[in-house]
Design a binder for this molecule. Structure first.
Ligand SMILES: Cc1ncc(COP(=O)(O)O)c(C=O)c1O
Length: 381
């Protein structure tokens, strides 16, 4: 039975070496890192060594790495933690119209608390402009939050350019949702001006339920979780040691394999683009030269969910625009809407997202299936 997984932006398969270190950690280092006895000390040593390994990959200090439960928590913490900490100095936040719901919903929450949010528009490729950002800055702006790589179409935002603009505004917190960006840039943080950066282990062959918020040492955040004072008093709760150790390993492997993997994904996209450009019934929403692992397209008249199930019948797992919105069938993708894609075309959108295991043979198979589906849907219409 064919099983081709093209839904890596939703989640990735756990790497087998990562799983092994997770199991070893659970079996051997079961002590609580906060306990005073030797089992606690051993667990704490392992925790701090995973933190140091991750800090080395980030090229930052170990104390700047805060472990969380994933991308959603990291984003909530960056946004709400900044708002609570700096709300007395200003109540204006700048973000974009194409953020992940964990950012968008956090911002809506803050708007209900009286914060004012400017949502920057995007162009047809899904990109914000650093000039628009500069124009939106105000005396009371406390936070700028922009994602590095869009999860629906793969647009790479001008994080470094925005960083240059924000060099002139040193008091503003600069948060980047980097959940889809690990391995796509040589420097994880992309630009030294970035103060807060979110990652999630299950997007890079690590386990679910564990993530990172990088926080530049001099920036202050109010904690969302109060309790035992773990993570430097910033994120209470007993640490998910096995998840953290596994995440450190998954991060290292991802960074080591990144350039080869990106080159492969680029070739996959090129082949699919060449195929689809020959038939005007296809539309491609992912601009060329954006993130190589995300490819969003549509076939005229075929709703995204119909395409997803037709592909599934052939053993190919894809998604509509994002896993989070997949089940909300009546909600058009807000990213495609912001890019100016007409409603019916947006409803035809289907996303392929590549991971470390995919091969060119799988792409060839996908294109054969597409031939079949194009003929099949043409008969129905
Ligand atoms: C860009 C982006 N940010 C945040 C998240 C949320 O991450 P998590 O599933 O770890 O909460 C996702 C997950 O799809 C994402 O793609």
């Amino acid at each position: 039975m064919t099983e081709i997984y093209f839904d890596n932006s939703a989640t990735t398969k756990l790497d087998s070496q990562v799983l092994k270190s997770m199991l070893t950690t659970m079996e051997t280092y079961y002590g609580n890192p906060s306990s005073l006895h030797d089992l606690g000390n051993q667990a704490n040593k392992l925790l701090q060594s995973a933190r140091q390994q991750i800090a080395d990959l980030f090229a930052c200090q170990a104390k700047e790495i805060i472990f969380t439960s994933g991308g959603t928590e990291s984003n909530n913490f960056a946004l709400k933690g900044t708002a609570m900490e700096k709300g007395n100095f200003g109540r204006h936040i700048i973000s974009s119209q194409v953020e992940h719901p964990s950012v968008r919903r956090s911002l809506e929450h803050l708007q209900r608390q009286g914060f004012d949010v400017t949502y920057l528009p995007v162009n047809k490729q899904g990109l914000v402009s650093a000039d628009d950002l500069r124009a939106a800055l105000r005396d009371d702006t406390i936070l700028v939050s922009i994602m590095a790589v869009n999860n629906e179409v793969g647009a790479i935002q001008p994080i470094a350019e925005i960083g240059e603009v924000l060099n002139d505004y040193p008091s503003i917190h600069y948060h980047v949702d980097g959940v889809q960006s690990l391995g796509k840039f040589t420097d994880i943080l992309i630009h030294p001006r970035v103060d807060l950066f979110s990652l999630s282990a299950h997007k890079f062959n690590g386990p679910r339920g564990v993530g990172i918020l990088y926080k530049q040492a001099n920036r202050k955040l109010s904690p969302l979780l109060d309790g035992g004072g773990q993570e430097g008093q910033l994120r209470s709760s007993t640490e998910n040691l096995a998840g953290i150790v596994a995440m450190a390993k998954a991060m290292r492997l991802t960074m080591e394999n990144a350039s080869q993997e990106n080159a492969n994904h680029k070739q996959f996209q090129e082949k699919i683009r060449a195929y689809m450009s020959k038939n005007s019934d296809f539309k491609i929403f992912s601009a060329p030269n954006q993130a190589p692992h995300v490819f969003c397209f549509a076939l005229r008249g075929v709703r995204g969910e119909v395409m997803v199930h037709a592909l599934e019948n052939e053993g190919i797992y894809a998604s509509t625009t994002s896993a989070c919105s997949s089940r909300a069938t009546d909600q058009a993708s807000s990213t495609l809407k912001a890019m100016g894609v007409a409603g019916d075309w947006a409803s035809y959108a289907c996303r392929l997202s590549f991971g470390s295991d995919n091969t060119m043979e799988e792409i060839d198979y996908f294109l054969q299936v597409m031939d079949k589906l194009v003929a099949k849907f043409a008969k129905i219409q």
